[in-house]
Design a protein around this ligand. Sequence first.
Ligand code: ACO
Length: 352
Amino acid sequence: MLRAQILGLGSYVPERIVTNDELRFLDDKHERRDTIQTETNDEWIRARTGIEQRRYVDNDGKTTCSDLGLRAAQAALADANLTAKDIDCIIFATLSPDIHFPGSAVFLQSKLKVDGEEGCAAYDIRQQCSGFIYGMQMADAFVRAGIYKKILLVGAELHSHSLDFSTRGRDVMVLFGDGAGAAVIGATDSEDPRSGILYTHCQADGSGAMDLYLKVFEIGHVPYVWYDANNRDENQIKYPQMNGKKVFLNAVRNMVVSTQRALKETGLTWDDINWFVPHQANLRINEAVVQYAEIPASKVLNTIQLYGNTTAATVPLTIDHHRKAGTVKKGDLILSTVFGAGFTWGSAIFRV
Ligand code: ACO
């Protein structure tokens, strides 16, 4: 019986570390000024979100989202002892694509030097913080249906260029960081129901679509891109907008239900599972999920303190971070639950 399994994992974060203290002095070009640019502080950010620092790409105009994805993809391919030529499908999850279209998967394919007439299939998916688990569900289905044999699943985000570095944008700006994670998912012939990817489930509730969004343009208007960079009240279309409290409550509720459903539908208990890897949006969200879903605290892996919210990248980045630290071992069983803009959410259970 064809089953999908994770053959390799990799991640990448830019070198530049931006602490909470530094953040308030940054202007919109990410240069440090002598005076405070955003009224925020380390105490507020730590207490409300758990975030201590995040990574930003250099602001030299040379790095795009697919560049971050490339670094993670190369690490995942090396981990799987494969090359890009072995891949027959790319699935790229991001909310910060290189340009509006085409999607970032084809740019990644070219950067991996496997484009051309024999180039593999390339998908972009748009499920924000839930992108990696939605992508895993797609990859699992493709592999089990025999459509593709080796899939490169990438979650990558370049947030730092689209944040509002001012007091007006502080509720969102302090949360996000740049980073990428990737997995190579391949076919194996196995009758063992506890091998590879055991379970995926994804959901969405479009009634929350405008509680967390970034417009950039409105295709229903002419001109469809419009802003006045000198008028801060008129240019909000460039920046993410969030109803933080509503996102928080929906995240906790749906992540708890999704996690409990994953256990119920697989018949597994926390004794069977090595690690719980929640999406990294806010440490307080994850602490509430752990409390209400009665998850053993010793099995929970977080990295938001170090990287902030890297949206589609948080799950592979967190697993890879803890793998490198020696916490996560080969063959460990992971239950991952995510929640993101849309609203979208889901859970997966898989061996690494
Ligand atoms: N620094 C200092 N003060 C701030 C900041 C900041 N960065 N941001 C907001 N404040 C102020 C507010 O202006 C407000 O001031 P006021 O009382 O004078 O009006 C005060 O702090 C409290 O603001 P709240 O919005 O009530 O703060 P809350 O406790 O709700 O925390 C937060 C805000 C952290 C954004 C929280 O709502 C949250 O984490 N929500 C979920 C966000 C999230 O997970 N987003 C990602 C989702 S996943 C995806 O797909 C992208």
